[in-house]
Design a protein around this ligand. Structure first.
Ligand code: MP5
Length: 226
C-alpha cells in the first residue's frame, strides 16, 4: 500500500466526518440556504486566491519533473477564479469587502507556511490532501444534486474526470516522494496529512455556520458571509 492510501486509512474517521458534513448533504439535496452557499463562495474564492502563492512556492522548490504539473495548476486556479466571479455575478453574490474568516485565514496561513518552511515533500502532502478532500467531497454532492442547480458548475469542477486524473497523478507522485523520504520526514508528512483533513472539516463547518472571528466587534467587520 502506498503512503497516500495508508494515510487515508489512518484518518478514515475524520475523512468520513468530512464527507458526511451537513454543508455537502444540504447541497446534494438542494436544501442549502442561498446565504450559506454564498458564504462558501466568498470564502473559497479567497482560498483559491491563496492557493496561487502556495503552488508558486511548491513550483520554486519542485524537481523538474513536477514543473509541468504545478504550472498547469496555476492556470487551473485562474480558471477557477473566473468560475467564482461568473457564478457570483450570475446569482447575485457580492464580492466587495471580502475578508477571510478566522478559519480561512488560519488554513491559508498553514498551507503557505508549510510550503515555505517544511520540505518539498511536506508541502506537496498538504497540496495533495486539500485537492483530494475537495474531489471526494464534491463527488458526494455529484451523486444527488439537481443538474440544473446554480451550484452545479462548482460540483463539476472538482468532481469531474479531469480533476480526478489530476488528483490520481498527485497521489502517485506523493507516494514516490514518501518512498524516498527519511522516517522523520515521513512522520512529519503524516502529521501534516491529518492536520490538513482537520482544516478541511473546519472549512465546511465555517461555511455552514458563517462563523467569522471571535467577539462581535471584529465579527461585524469581517463576517464571512457579509
Ligand atoms: C480546495 C478548495 C481545492 N478550493 N478549497 C478548500 C477549502 N480546500 C481545497 O483547491 P483548488 O486549488 O481550488 O483545487
Amino acid at each position: 500500500m502506498g503512503f497516500a492510501a495508508e494515510q487515508l486509512e489512518r484518518v478514515r474517521v475524520e475523512w468520513q466526518e468530512m464527507l458526511a458534513h451537513p454543508f455537502l448533504q444540504a447541497t446534494l439535496d438542494g436544501t442549502i440556504p442561498f446565504d450559506t452557499f454564498a458564504t462558501w463562495i466568498r470564502q473559497d474564492y479567497l482560498f483559491v486566491e491563496g492557493a496561487i502563492p502556495l503552488v508558486s512556492i511548491l513550483l520554486a522548490k519542485a524537481p523538474e519533473k513536477h514543473w509541468a504539473t504545478h504550472s498547469r495548476v496555476l492556470g487551473m486556479l485562474e480558471k477557477e477564479r473566473e468560475l467564482f466571479r461568473e457564478r457570483a455575478t450570475s446569482v447575485g453574490v457580492v464580492f466587495s469587502n471580502l475578508a477571510p474568516s478566522f478559519v480561512s485565514h488560519a488554513y491559508m496561513q498553514f498551507l503557505v507556511a508549510t510550503a515555505y518552511r517544511d520540505t518539498y515533500a511536506c508541502g506537496f502532502t498538504v497540496l495533495y490532501v486539500a485537492e483530494k478532500a475537495y474531489h471526494d467531497s464534491w463527488r458526494v454532492v455529484l451523486d444527488g444534486i439537481d443538474r440544473g442547480s446554480p451550484w452545479f458548475p462548482f460540483v463539476e469542477n472538482w468532481a469531474g474526470d479531469a480533476f480526478a486524473e489530476y488528483v490520481a497523478h498527485l497521489q502517485k507522485e506523493l507516494d514516490e516522494l514518501a518512498a524516498q523520504a527519511s522516517a522523520a520526514e515521513r512522520a512529519r508528512m503524516a502529521e501534516l496529512f491529518e492536520l490538513t483533513v482537520r482544516y478541511e472539516i473546519a472549512f465546511w463547518e465555517m461555511a455552514w455556520t458563517a462563523e467569522g472571528w471571535p467577539r462581535a466587534s471584529l465579527a461585524s467587520r469581517s463576517a464571512p458571509g457579509s
